[in-house]
Design a protein around this ligand. Sequence first.
Ligand SMILES: [Zn+2]
Length: 330
Amino acid sequence: MSTRPKVKILFHFNFIIFFLLFLPAPSLVTSRNISPPVFPPTTFPPEENNHRIQVMTPSGFKLLLEGRAFQPGEILLVQLEGIESIEQAWINGSGQKFYFFRKNSSPEIKGYAFLGLDGELEPGEKSFELVIQKGDKSWEATKFNLYLEGREYRKRKLKVASKYVEPPEEMRERIEREAEIMRVIFSMVTPDWLGDGPFIRPHSGPITAYFGDQRLYNNQRLSFHSGVDLAASRGDEVVAANSGQVALASDFYFSGKIVILDHGLGLFTTYHHLDRLTVRRGQRVKKGETIGLAGSSGLSIGPHLHWSARIGQSRIDPLSLLALSFPEKD
Ligand SMILES: [Zn+2]
């Protein structure tokens, strides 16, 4: 058994702001370009075929980025090796900070982070920066670029009850309040990995709608489908795609009965249109445990499970979670 580190890589956000205000500029800034990797054509659903790139920092830390594809709507699993002397580390990119946490049970201590590429990011070259603060309080910032390939989304026309295209005036306050609750939840970062190994599908039903489908409701309102739909019958059990903590179990206007699971490090999965909730906010759940029964509550045209995933404010394809080997529980 390895011993617990004396310091945690991750600090509260405000604490980092404090550090940024009072510490001198990074002691070493370098620039490094990564040539674009080769991409397979976008097929639905792309299965394995992980892409990996490696970045070496000037003082010899090894950063490994791995994903199903380097495209909008994907999660990248990021590992940082040789971190024994590191106090904290994070990646700046696409307007967000992605924090590393320390994992002890692997043969060597590694830092892990989840990088979310929002589904509507423009393709092309994107700049990122790895910031490392070492034990002696010196800083190192390493810039690197990722080339994001474009991604084709399908176009779909849907007919729904008009109250969902033009919600009644008296519902406006409720809708705004629920959107605000979602923003607050997704802005929280639990500084630990709460999951346990790879993700699983929350229901075995076939996929009936994909992440990113451009939906035109009643020929009036265009929306970006931010999850996948799995065919389900009313009352089917819906299970947790990974271990975590229930961040929300409620009934929302558009989402219907909804569960949001926090897997730590800013990564969340959400389960919409349920018929019944079987968990409560704050509860810890294990991967595969039932969290609710499938249904058609909220903006839905029949029983199905809408499953989605977030990293901070980045909307990612939940199927991209299934292609990566996430760390086991510590
Ligand atoms: Zn859906």
